[in-house]
Design a protein around this ligand. Structure first.
Ligand SMILES: Nc1ncnc2c1ncn2[C@@H]1O[C@H](COP(=O)(O)OP(=O)(O)OP(=O)(O)O)[C@@H](O)[C@H]1O
Length: 258
């Protein structure tokens, strides 16, 4: 369980996040929603331990996040950013292997790389130079790197956190669903806590169990996804009329500008 209590963040004298309190449950996917500049990426940097909050506390699996060492954190949480440009001429395999750097067993590293390559169907890209890939292909490789980082042998399931910062924004429909389904599987099957910033609200309604809706650094709404995907709350958060409909065949929620 991850608990955030009265979180605040100020940068360059500006209040970016104010008084956020919420709980993230292992085995679930939580979407972080909100307009540009609402504070979503800033919140992810706090949740991943990359920056301390200015006020408030974060507890990670019964321990203050500040008590986790950098090495321990690296073995238990992975972040996929919006885009990653590398200055070195790495192959895809070498980029995915970066995820194993915090770990110490080369035998397990090989198993992790083989498992992730197979799971994400990266065989055809495996020996290609990373820089030669399209933006969407690079994003899939970064996701694979994060999965390799969080990979443990069957039977071992330490607490883990996967943070996705608009990680599917550059992907086509099929790969968006594939990546978010893989993240969801990791949550359901291995009790990983997944937190994903998503701008596509229909996609969020489809893959997330819960959501945090930010508005100008405040938590406007938090809870089960069905309660947060609400026309009035979304219209306020995005400062534009939003409509929420239900697909007549699948029953899934569809969200669009009204
Ligand atoms: N180092 C900084 N100094 C001052 N202000 C900052 C700094 N970093 C971010 N901000 C501001 O904090 C606010 C929140 O930024 P953040 O990147 O968290 O928003 P976001 O919700 O992720 O936005 P987007 O959807 O556009 O990616 C923005 O107004 C941004 O300009």
């Amino acid at each position: 369980m991850i608990q955030a209590q009265n979180l605040g963040l100020s940068l360059s004298g500006k209040a970016i996040l104010r008084d956020l309190s919420f709980t993230l449950t292992p085995g679930t996917v939580t979407a972080v929603l909100g307009a540009n500049g609402a504070g979503k990426s800033s919140l992810l940097t706090l949740l991943g331990g990359d920056r301390p909050p200015t006020s408030g506390t974060i507890t990670w699996f019964e321990q203050p996040l500040s008590a986790w060492s950098a090495q321990d954190l690296a073995c238990h949480r992975a972040l996929v950013p919006q885009a990653t440009h590398l200055a070195f001429p790495f192959t895809v395999e070498e980029v995915v292997a970066l995820g194993r750097l915090p770990h110490t067993s080369s035998a397990l590293d090989r198993m992790a790389l083989a498992a992730v390559c197979r799971q994400l169907h990266l065989e055809a890209l495996w020996n290609r130079p990373y820089a030669s890939l399209s933006g969407g292909e690079q994003q899939r490789v970064q996701f694979a790197r994060a999965l390799a980082q969080l990979w443990y042998p069957p039977g071992e399931a330490p607490p883990r956190v996967l943070l996705l910062d608009e990680a599917t924004a550059a992907l086509d429909l099929k790969h968006q669903i594939a990546i978010l389904t893989a993240a969801r599987d990791l949550a359901v099957q291995e009790k990983v806590t997944v937190v994903a910033i998503l701008h596509d609200l229909t996609l969020a309604a489809r893959v997330a169990d819960a959501a945090l809706l930010l508005h100008r650094g405040h938590l406007l709404r938090a809870g089960p996804i069905g309660a947060v995907i609400d026309a009035a709350a979304l219209s306020e958060a995005y400062d534009t009329p939003v409509s929420v409909l239900r697909h007549p065949d699948t029953g899934r929620l569809l969200v669009s500008a009204a």
